[in-house]
Design a protein around this ligand. Structure first.
Ligand code: GRF
Length: 212
């Protein structure tokens, strides 16, 4: 059973999608053992509690230095003994020591087709504003491993979304969320099944689904 820790800062709709997928059997061989947030006001914490999943808050405000916060965050994670760390709208720069300790065990979801509209400054609605401002006809969602550079780790899964002319930023975000809530649980399941392999060149190979 894969031990999954989900890290959140906000509403937690992706957390909810993963919790629901575990409940309804779309995710097997995995359990969410803890939720960690940097934000004590995150609604995602309520979602965890409603589901009987322990939630921990580690906030930078409680520490004198960034290093002390980073250390406390890593200690909290280690205590949960995760096999997989799922970043689900976690708006904190992942400390290098955490990447090092959990190389290719931390995944993130980004609301565009990487390498478009990603990297420093591209978060939340800014991603969709940039896509609409550029007039792209297709955007989408990317699930990738986290490494030292924002949105640059090995890509696990992507799903495209054609943009319709009358959409505004809110419509686009809503359609993107719908895709995320399917794609993220699918990616967790692929990992739980051991089908995801990071190759020496930094690309990801996915084993086919075994015949039933
Ligand atoms: C998602 O849109 C995801 O792509 C981004 O953060 C957002 C989190 O949303 N990384 P939620 O908190 O899961 O609703």
């Amino acid at each position: 059973m894969l031990r999954v820790v989900v890290m959140v800062s906000g509403g937690g709709t992706n957390l909810q999608a993963i919790l629901d997928a575990v409940d309804n059997g779309k995710i097997t061989n995995a359990e969410v053992v803890a939720v960690i947030s940097n934000n004590e006001g995150a609604y995602a914490i309520e979602r965890a509690k409603n589901h009987g999943v322990p939630a921990f808050v580690v906030t930078p405000k409680a520490y004198e230095t960034r290093d002390a916060f980073n250390e406390a965050l890593l200690e909290t994670i280690k205590a949960c003994k995760p096999d997989l760390i799922v970043l689900a709208g976690f708006l904190v720069k992942i400390p290098a020591a955490m990447i090092e300790a959990y190389r290719n065990k931390i995944i993130n979801i980004h609301p565009s087709l990487i390498p478009s509209f990603c990297g420093v400054g591209y978060y939340g609605l800014k991603v969709h504003e940039a896509a609409l401002a550029r007039g792209v006809k297709v955007t989408g969602v990317t699930v990738h491993f986290a490494n030292e550079v924002y949105d640059c780790g090995p890509i696990i899964a992507q799903r495209a979304l054609p943009i319709e002319e009358e959409w505004d930023v809110d419509t686009l975000e809503s359609h993107i969320h719908d895709i995320e809530h399917v794609l993220y649980p699918e990616a967790v399941q692929m990992l739980a099944d051991g089908r995801v392999h990071v190759l020496a060149d930094g690309k990801v190979a996915i084993d086919p689904v075994p015949a039933a």
